[in-house]
Design a protein around this ligand. Structure first.
Ligand SMILES: Cc1cc2nc3c(=O)[nH]c(=O)nc-3n(C[C@H](O)[C@H](O)[C@H](O)COP(=O)(O)OP(=O)(O)OC[C@H]3O[C@@H](n4cnc5c(N)ncnc54)[C@H](O)[C@@H]3O)c2cc1C
Length: 383
């Protein structure tokens, strides 16, 4: 058993951390307050490989292993929750399904543009007003008319929709009910009939635009069907299983940032003649944070390692996300506690981290759904 990162993984973490410290973290507060997506930094991420983390080099990506991808996501979130969610959604949701299920022609057409940063970002739109955890209720339809799909319906909560070139849309293509009724279709955002709503007003992650999207007789070529017809739900499960490592890593990065800020403050702030970190109650909060952050990191890297070994990893990914997202909320909460009244002020970054991390136990499988998934694996004896 070897717990060490490889030299390449260590060097990659160093390069990404240095970039984030310089280009992203100093702007995180502005990104949150202005609700502006940080294109300036994101444009510089292409050459670092951050816009095509696991995309093969032949399509312009960095072709990284899953542990390096986890490290990149963690470092992104350490710097800025909003920017990290957008880049994680772009990689995992906007490009992942094209890589996993697309034809060679689809990969060549869409991936180089998205993975190099020459274009804008990718987006995946599954959720609807009446279908989130239970995607069998998706109502958006795609009907073949000659050699075109005609798409009609209303989607919700599409991360990146307004800053994306493509939206992969989960549509009802079959008349039958059940698990073989849905398919994914790639829809360019400049398609007539694609109407992107105003940015949603959210609790946090304000620099990551989220939108309702309406499809009003939007027509795309039949060849934009992604993978096999009727396999949309199965494809979604594969995509979300990978996405769980990614969302867990976002939660981990936010927790690490909150811990770093709390530790610094615990050294600087004095009460009763000594730095507050010397009071046992504060030191215990730091001890819990460090313990749980370390546990989360091991769980996430383990799930990523299983994935790279080609071994089943759905249970591991679910457990890692469940633990890391709950842990991150506790860590950010205690980071505010350690800052006292200042922690409640938007002058200090820990309140933003607390708001940002709240999404992580909801998106890409709520904690309740994850417990169901993990429970099913336990009862079936599967991994
Ligand atoms: C900021 C943000 C960004 C997002 N980005 C995207 C995106 O890019 N693309 C996309 O498609 N979606 C996106 N989403 C949507 C997100 O994935 C869904 O909100 C999430 O899957 C939950 O679905 P829901 O909101 O419909 O909640 P519901 O499914 O209605 O769940 C409501 C509550 O009931 C619980 N519940 C539901 N079913 C069960 C059950 N069987 N047993 C126990 N409890 C249950 C849930 O855990 C939850 O607590 C985003 C959401 C947000 C807030």
């Amino acid at each position: 058993m070897n717990f060490d990162l490889t030299d390449e993984q260590r060097e990659f973490r160093h390069v990404v951390h240095t970039f984030m410290e310089k280009e992203v973290k100093p702007l995180a507060r502005h990104t949150d307050e202005s609700h502006e997506f940080n294109w300036t930094a994101v444009r510089k991420m292409g050459p670092l490989g951050l816009l095509g983390l696991q995309i093969p080099e032949q399509y312009g990506g960095a072709e990284l292993d899953s542990i390096s991808t986890t490290i990149a996501t963690e470092e992104l979130a350490w710097a800025c929750g909003s920017t990290s969610l957008a880049i994680s959604a772009h990689n995992c949701l906007g490009m992942g399904p094209i890589l996993d299920f697309g034809t060679e022609a689809q990969k060549q057409r869409w991936l180089p543009h998205l993975a190099t940063g020459k274009g804008r970002l990718g987006c995946l739109s599954l959720t609807e007003p009446g279908a989130g955890s239970d995607l069998r209720n998706v109502k958006t339809t795609a009907v073949l008319d000659g050699d075109e799909w005609v798409i009609n319906g209303n989607k919700m909560w599409a991360t990146n929709a307004s800053i994306a070139d493509t939206i992969i849309v989960l549509c009802r293509t079959e008349k039958e009910e059940g698990t073989r009724a849905l398919s994914h279709i790639i829809v360019p955002t400049d398609t007539p009939g694609v109407i992107i709503g105003a940015p949603e007003r959210k609790m946090g992650l304000n620099g990551s635009p989220t939108h309702a999207v309406t499809f009003d007789n939007a027509r795309v070529p039949a060849e934009n069907l992604l993978g096999e017809r009727g396999k949309g739900l199965a494809q979604t499960l594969t995509t979300l299983t990978k996405g769980r490592i990614s969302i867990g890593s976002l939660a981990l990065g936010l927790a690490q940032a909150a811990y770093d800020a709390a530790l610094k403050y615990a050294h600087e702030r004095e009460t009763f003649g000594t730095p507050i970190g010397n009071h046992q109650a504060v030191a215990f909060m730091l001890a819990d944070m460090e313990t749980e952050i370390t546990a989360s990191r091991h769980m996430l890297y383990w799930a990523a390692w299983l994935k790279d070994q080609g071994r089943p990893y759905a249970k591991a990914a679910g457990m890692a996300k469940l633990y890391a997202t709950d842990m991150s909320e506790r860590a950010c909460r205690n980071a505010i506690q350690i800052h006292g009244g200042f922690g409640y002020s938007s002058e200090f970054e820990v309140e933003r981290m607390y708001r940002d991390t709240r999404l992580m136990s909801i998106g890409e499988g709520t904690s309740e759904i994850l417990r169901m998934v993990i429970g099913r694996h336990i009862m079936a004896g599967t991994e």
